[in-house]
Design a protein around this ligand. Structure first.
Ligand code: ZN
Length: 458
């Protein structure tokens, strides 16, 4: 079915130096998309009227720093206004089209992502007393993902060290490429304690005090904030980026208008400074890209039956903030309420040889179905386990989340982080193709089960 040499071949091709890290957008990413589309059409898969490649336009935009500020209010009365500057500014995420407001909550102390009361984040402006020391930084991604999932109105990151603010603000203030549909619904500013102290001394004092706490601080401050941050487009047309999808039509007239989607992101981080400058992204995520292609090939063979239709999907812009999957779910080729299940794969080529991490079990029946499929295929020697990175909040950090938040039952498969995660050393020679081939054979049986089983998977 799917062999070790198939995996090694496709990973090697997608993560080759010649694809220069598959940045979104880049000509090399476009080339990879063309290669995938050609393979899908060779396999007899079809797209929609526009074909197998869906493109989304990107715009270059600039935040108007001189007109931007955070206003602090109590009971409608302005207490002070912190202007943007070198130590206060846009850091990442979505630039809002209108001012953002909400009650201010202070997040600080010893922050465990799992202890944050996620149900009390929505609509708030979260002031995060962030710890980017090596010990704290290990939790930062999990904390961000928890905040993303809680849908705050905005987040103001306040690192202990002013130098760090400079870095975060510089990244955000540069002209940036923005997608038409925001990926992560998250607006983050960065600000120094010192700059906040000038106009909101009581808040700066509370931030400082929270850093000495040995437990989680999640306090409402009794104050509201309004973030005003206009930006403008530099020109009306910008570059664009591709998603590729191919549909394998179902064989059952009653079920073929329902879909199972198998997805992975094909983009990575491009080229960085340094001697080994190309970010090959072999595990992240040429491994998943190869997986989707090989599953498409395996499941397009004549002779076996799939009742539902299956969509093989490769998105871009994941590393920038789930851009491609956000666009695809906003402009799906088939109605999303007909998508019975989505299985996403990200980083499946390294790590344990005999298990696979399964994330999102608590949100649908898909995890249990995968367990029963694996129990029928013990010869593959891959045991689905749970989420062994709960504090990383990984369910909210890859493309399945774009689908899950629109109600599609979604499951995320990953073998976890390698020592070369987001380093130029994530290269094809380190992929365990034998293990990945066995894992993909299990996923193939899983997708067949999802395509054929009656009922819903909620
Ligand atoms: Zn990834």
């Amino acid at each position: 079915m799917i062999s070790e040499s198939d995996v090694a071949g496709w990973v090697g091709r997608i993560a080759a130096d010649s694809t220069r890290g598959r940045n979104t957008p880049s000509p090399e990413l476009d080339r990879v998309a063309q290669v995938v589309a050609a393979e899908f059409s060779r396999l007899g898969l079809h797209g929609d009227r526009a074909g197998l490649v869906q493109r989304y336009r990107l715009q270059t935009r600039r935040v108007l720093t001189a007109r931007s500020s955070v206003e602090w209010r109590r009971g409608g009365v302005e207490l002070g206004r912190t202007p943007f500057g070198p130590l206060v500014g846009f850091a990442q995420g979505t630039v809002p089209s209108a001012p953002l407001g909400g009650p201010v909550v202070l997040l600080g102390g010893a922050i465990d992502p799992l202890a944050i009361p996620a149900d009390r984040i929505r609509g708030r402006i979260v002031v995060w007393a962030a710890d980017f020391s090596p010990a704290g930084a290990a939790k930062a991604d999990g904390i961000s993902a928890t905040l993303v999932a809680g849908a705050p109105s905005g987040v103001i990151i306040v690192p202990e060290d002013d130098g760090m603010v400079g870095g975060l603000v510089a990244g955000g203030s540069a002209d940036r490429v923005a997608p038409p549909v925001p990926g992560l619904v998250f607006t983050a500013l960065a600000a120094s304690e010192r700059a906040i102290g000038v106009t909101a001394p009581w808040l700066a004092a509370a931030i400082r005090a929270s850093r000495r706490e040995k437990k989680l601080v999640f306090d409402s401050t009794g104050v509201d904030a309004v973030i005003t941050m206009p930006d403008s487009a530099l020109g009306t047309t910008g570059p664009s980026a591709p998603n590729v999808f191919g549909i394998r039509r179902g064989d059952d007239p009653k079920l073929r208008d329902q879909y199972v989607i198998v997805s992975a992101h094909m983009d990575h981080l491009g080229v960085v400074a340094g001697p080994d400058s190309i970010m090959n992204g072999a595990d992240d995520n040429a491994s998943g890209t190869a997986g989707v292609i090989l599953l498409a090939k395996a499941l397009s063979q004549p002779g076996f039956r799939l009742s539902r239709s299956v969509i093989f999907l490769l998105v871009s812009g994941e590393e920038k903030g789930l851009w491609g999957s956000a666009y695809f779910t906003a402009h799906p080729p088939v109605p999303l309420d007909r998508v019975a299940a989505l299985v996403n794969m990200d980083m499946i080529g390294r790590g344990w040889r005999d298990t696979v991490g399964v994330i999102g079990r608590e949100f649908s029946r898909l995890g249990t179905i995968l367990d029963s499929v694996a129990a029928h295929h013990r010869d593959l020697k891959v045991l689905p386990i749970g989420d062994v990175w709960p504090d990383q909040k990984r369910f909210f950090r890859s493309d399945h989340y774009s689908f899950a938040r629109r109600g599609v039952p979604s499951l995320f498969l990953s073998s976890g982080y390698s020592p070369d995660y987001h380093e130029p050393s994530d290269s094809p020679d380190k992929i365990d193709a034998e293990k990945e081939a066995r894992l993909l054979r299990l996923v193939a049986h899983f997708v067949i089960e999802l395509a054929n089983r009656e009922g819903t998977f909620r």
